[in-house]
Design a protein around this ligand. Structure first.
Ligand code: MG
Length: 303
């Protein structure tokens, strides 16, 4: 049986534990602090900071972590690029869920080592840390470089689904799952997916419970990670493309309804919602806003 041993730093050990947390198994080995079984490989972390990878894919799994550890210095040179990552992987993220106006968008993106190099000039980071102007500048180029799947849930559909009993979490789960499935199909790797990282918005159990009636659910090699857009390049790319799609739709809505449609969900949004109602009537709000937000009631008070 193949085996690889690595002496890891505390930081890498933390990352390994976090990464395989879902596959951790109970054990009675007094010398080990953690054992997981994943991808035909047993990963054992010893108190001595040795990490043992054993099994059919030992070399593959072990190489991921030894690469990250040895590349530590060069990766840190560029603080803008997510560093705790390995390739290839798929990442998915959503945008527009906290904005009263505008759609919800979700994107899944794929990055491998070759694509990573092509992306370097763009200095991609979490879309929340990039200006909208810069996102609009680089997103069209990104689209030409990486495989991705983008989904948009327009307001009318959002409100309709919401009324039928879907909360926002369930909508997100459906869109993430669908974007991932589309992308796996595009890449012809449904049977053998790379690691898939979902920017975590719900606990794993809750996520899969939302999807209990979905016809197909991507589960193999799926991981959930909070703040993943700042840790995984594919998630960062997905967040950029999701934001870009959201911004484009916001511009389109502003032009269509001849009113400057604001982002967010603050006081300014309530006032604009009131102006919108005055101009186009309350029924039209269905097509531009997420009606279940408290902003709807607040806007009515302005009238
Ligand atoms: Mg997110």
């Amino acid at each position: 049986m193949a085996s690889i041993t690595l002496v890891a730093t505390d930081k890498i050990i933390d990352k390994i534990k976090k990464f395989y947390a879902e596959q951790e198994i109970n054990h009675k080995n007094p010398h080990a602090s953690f054992i997981a079984k994943a991808n035909n490989c047993t990963i054992t972390i010893y108190h001595s900071k040795k990490v043992l990878f054993q099994g059919k894919n030992a070399e593959k799994e072990g190489a991921l972590w030894s690469d990250i550890q040895s590349k530590k210095i060069s990766v840190h040179k560029n603080k803008n690029l997510p560093s705790t990552t390995f390739f290839p992987h798929i990442g998915s993220d959503e945008v527009g869920t906290g904005d009263y106006f505008g759609p919800m968008t979700v994107c899944a993106a794929f990055v491998d080592d070759t694509l990573r190099k092509q992306l370097e000039p763009f200095q991609i980071q979490d879309s929340k840390a990039m200006t909208d102007r810069y996102i609009c500048e680089i997103a069209p180029k990104l689209k030409e470089i990486i495989p991705f799947s983008f989904l948009i849930l327009p307001n009318e559909k959002y409100n309709q689904i919401n009324r039928s009993g879907y909360n926002q979490g369930k909508m997100k789960a459906y869109l993430h799952n669908q974007a991932i499935l589309h992308l796996l199909k595009k890449l012809h790797c449904e049977q053998n997916p790379p690691k898939i990282i979902i920017d975590q918005f719900a606990e794993k159990g809750v996520y899969y419970n939302y999807l209990k009636d979905a016809p197909t659910v991507a589960k193999q090699n799926v991981f959930f990670e909070t703040k993943a857009e700042s840790k995984f390049l594919a998630v960062a790319c997905a967040s950029v493309l999701a934001r870009y799609g959201f911004l484009q739709k916001m511009n389109q809505l502003s032009a269509q309804w001849d009113i400057e449609i604001p982002k967010g969900a603050g006081n300014k949004v309530d006032q604009m919602a009131a102006s919108f109602i005055k101009k186009h009537g309350i029924e039209a709000l269905e097509q531009v806003a997420k009606l279940h937000f408290v902003n709807t009631e607040k806007a009515k008070k302005y009238l």
